[in-house]
Design a protein around this ligand. Structure first.
Ligand code: VGL
Ligand code: ZN
Length: 193
């Protein structure tokens, strides 16, 4: 299925940060596998002069999602640390717009839209459809896709460029089913032209 991308499309790369890759503080199994397909998608968008957004988890040291504060996760993606940096193998176009989220101690934000300017920035550019991939399928990809649909954007989900934490086995599959039930269209990077 060839899908030609145009200026009404934007690519959203979700949280491809060192702490979510193998060896990181909150490693997503096979998280590194999203990098190569996302590099291909980013290169296509860059070649066509289309918008690329990269979200990042950007927590304070005492973030509420960390176990020491009663949250579910080990400390991860503390702003400015190597773990919070984008994967060095991820080739982001120089024009990439970076969206930092979950930056205050008291609130978590799994969605790139939550507490950020992302929706406004997309609308201002005339974007109608977003192409989404990254980490993790069952948390930040799921919530970013749900919010994109709630804001009225069409969503193409890059199924070869997402991986799940799978705290419970099947969480990733359930997240994917939920995204599709809400209207996200599953594609692979090879479908993009
Ligand atoms: C994420 C767990 C905690 C994600 C962020 O990016 O999916 N998951 N913080
Ligand atoms: Zn987090």
């Amino acid at each position: 299925m060839a899908i030609t991308v145009s200026p009404s499309d934007a690519l959203i790369i979700v949280d491809v940060q060192n702490d979510f890759l193998p060896g990181g503080a909150l490693a997503v199994p096979e998280g590194d596998r999203v990098v190569e397909p996302l590099n291909r998608a980013a290169a296509l968008f860059e070649a066509k002069g289309l918008a690329v957004f990269a979200t990042r988890d950007w927590h304070p040291e005492n973030h509420c999602s960390f176990k020491a504060q009663g949250g579910p996760w080990p400390p991860h993606c503390v702003a400015g640390t190597p773990g919070a940096a984008f994967a060095p193998s991820l080739r982001l176009p120089t024009s990439t717009i970076v969206i930092s989220k979950a930056t205050t101690p008291e609130r978590d934000a799994y969605s790139g839209f939550q507490g950020t300017e992302l929706a406004d920035l997309l609308r201002r550019r005339g974007v109608k459809r977003v192409v989404v991939g990254g980490l993790a399928t069952d948390y930040c990809v799921l919530n970013t896709v749900k919010d994109a649909l709630a804001h009225g954007f069409q969503v193409l989900l890059l199924t070869d460029a997402i991986r799940a934490v799978d705290v419970k086995p099947g969480d990733g599959d359930a997240a994917r089913a939920e995204m599709e039930r809400r209207g996200a269209v599953p594609i692979t990077v090879a479908d993009l032209a």
